[in-house]
Design a protein around this ligand. Structure first.
Ligand SMILES: N[C@@H](CCC(=O)N[C@@H](CS)C(=O)NCC(=O)O)C(=O)O
Length: 125
């Protein structure tokens, strides 16, 4: 029984760790015209990067599977956006969603604006 409690509590993320991850995620979103939370092996993430590259957009991507606090950042993003999957994309601090959402913006626009316009407004072009 004590083994169970030790294991359960040692693997739980502390509120301080969660707070730090949330601050880090928010800082990345605030500091970058386009922010992509990614995983290096994720095909949807690769599609997102390819799509942004096709616009010659400047973006910052971090590969959560290669970061020590990647799981905590992913959990923080789930808290901030309600989305647990990657890619998790932000343009001009606005949450876009995942790759399918970015593709939808590329084909239909968002709030009457084309993706190119959103990228220009963000300073990514
Ligand atoms: N419909 C989503 C699919 C994204 C997706 O399924 N991503 C996988 C990785 S390829 C994921 O986040 N799995 C859960 C995880 O890695 O924690 C999109 O277009 O972005």
């Amino acid at each position: 029984m004590s083994f169970f409690f030790r294991r359960f509590f040692s693997s739980a993320t502390s509120p301080a760790t969660m707070d730090a991850a949330q601050k880090k995620a928010q800082q990345l979103i605030d500091d970058n015209a386009v922010m992509v939370f990614s995983k290096s092996y994720c095909p949807y993430c690769n599609n997102t990067k390819r799509l942004l590259d096709s616009y010659n957009a400047k973006y910052k991507a971090i590969e959560l599977n290669q970061e020590d606090d990647g799981d905590d950042i992913q959990a923080a993003l789930a808290k901030i956006t309600g989305q647990r999957t990657v890619p998790n994309i932000f343009i001009n601090k606005q949450h876009i969603g995942g790759n399918s959402d970015l593709e939808a913006v590329a084909s239909k626009g968002k709030d009457g604006k084309k993706l190119e316009e959103l990228l220009k407004e963000a300073g990514a072009l």
